[in-house]
Design a protein around this ligand. Structure first.
Ligand code: ATP
Length: 262
C-alpha cells in the first residue's frame, strides 16, 4: 500500500558565519551548502501495519513524512500510496491520510475547536452522517466535550494534541502519519493518545506511521521499526532486532545510534 523506492532529497542552505562582520559579508557574497536529508530511502508498508520511524535529530524523519503526505517533492525516487503519487495527486491523496505534526497545528488558532472541525468537514467533503458519528466517537474516546467550544490558542499542549488527533481522523483516513504526537504531553494524556491509536488500528485497520523520540511510544504502539540516520535506512525489523533490547529500549537505541555513528 505504501511503496517508497530510492527517495532522495537535498536542501540547499545559505552558509552563515557568526557575528556582525560575517552577516555583512553574506549580504554581498552568499555561499551555499547542500544538506542531504534523504539518501536513497526505500521501504514498503502494508495496510494495517503500525510502524515506528525512528532516528536521531536531523536524521530525515520529518522530510520523509512530508513527502509521504504530499507536502514536499523529492529530487528523485518513487513513492506510491494506494497507487497515487502523493505530491502529484494531492487532492485525492489527502482524503486517504490523516497527519499530525506535534509541533504544528492544523486548528485555526482563534476560533473554537468545533468551528475548525466544521471547516475540515467542508474541506474533506465529509458527509453529515460520517461527520456526526466520527465526532461523537472521537469526543468520547479523547474526552473532548469540554474543549470543543474553546479557541485553540487557549488550550494546553496536551488538550490541543487530543483535538489535533481528532481533527486528523474526522474524515476516516486509511493512513495516519504521526510526527511526534506525544511531545510535551503529561502521563495521562500520553496514555490516552496511545490507547486511542491502538483502538483505531484494531477497529478500522488504520495504517500508522509514527515518528518519535519517545521509546515508550514505540514499545506501546509499533511492532515494526525503521531506523533512519543521516538520510539512510539503517535497520528495518522488529524491536527484537535491536541488539541489547533486553537492557531497555532507550539504552539499546542509544547504543545503536552510537554504533551507526549517527
Ligand atoms: N526546509 C529545509 N531547509 C533546509 N534544510 C532542511 C529543511 N528541512 C529539513 N532540513 C534538513 O534536513 C535534515 C533532515 O531534517 P528532518 O527534519 O527530516 O529531520 P528529523 O529526523 O525529522 O529531525 P528531528 O528529530 O530533529 O525532528 C536536517 O539536516 C535538516 O536541517
Amino acid at each position: 500500500m505504501i511503496e517508497v523506492q530510492h527517495l532522495c532529497k537535498t536542501f540547499r542552505v545559505a552558509k552563515r558565519g557568526a557575528g556582525f562582520g560575517q552577516a555583512v559579508k553574506t549580504l554581498f557574497h552568499r555561499e551555499y551548502e547542500e544538506v542531504k536529508a534523504l539518501d536513497d530511502v526505500s521501504f514498503s508498508i502494508r495496510e494495517g501495519e503500525m510502524v515506528g520511524y525512528i532516528g536521531p535529530n536531523g536524521a530525515g524523519k520529518s522530510s520523509t513524512i512530508k513527502i509521504l503526505s504530499g507536502i514536499l517533492t523529492p529530487d528523485s525516487g518513487v513513492c506510491r500510496i494506494n497507487g497515487r503519487v502523493p505530491w502529484k495527486d494531492r487532492t485525492a491523496h489527502v482524503k486517504d491520510i490523516g497527519v499530525v505534526f506535534g509541533q504544528r497545528t492544523q486548528l485555526w488558532w482563534d476560533v473554537p475547536v468545533i468551528d475548525s472541525y466544521e471547516l475540515l468537514k467542508d474541506i474533506y467533503s465529509i458527509s453529515n452522517d460520517t461527520y456526526q458519528s466520527n465526532l461523537e466517537e472521537l469526543t468520547s474516546l479523547l474526552n473532548l466535550s469540554e474543549l470543543l467550544k474553546t479557541p485553540a490558542r487557549q488550550l494546553s499542549l496536551g488538550q490541543r494534541m487530543r483535538c489535533e488527533i481528532a481533527a486528523s481522523l474526522l474524515h476516516s483516513p486509511k493512513i495516519l502519519f504521526l510526527d511526534e504526537p506525544t511531545i510535551g504531553l503529561d502521563a495521562v494524556s500520553k496514555l490516552a493518545v496511545r490507547d486511542f491509536i491502538v483502538k483505531c488500528n484494531e477497529k478500522y485497520h488504520t495504517t500508522v506511521i509514527l515518528t518519535t523520540h519517545d521509546m515508550q511510544d514505540i514499545e506501546a504502539l509499533t511492532n515494526r521499526i525503521i531506523l533512519i540516520g543521516k538520510g539512510k535506512i539503517l535497520l528495518d525489523g522488529t524491536l527484537f532486532d535491536i541488539p541489547g533490547v533486553g537492557k531497555g529500549l532507550d539504552q539499546a537505541v542509544a547504543e545503536l545510534y552510537r554504533r551507526f555513528r549517527i
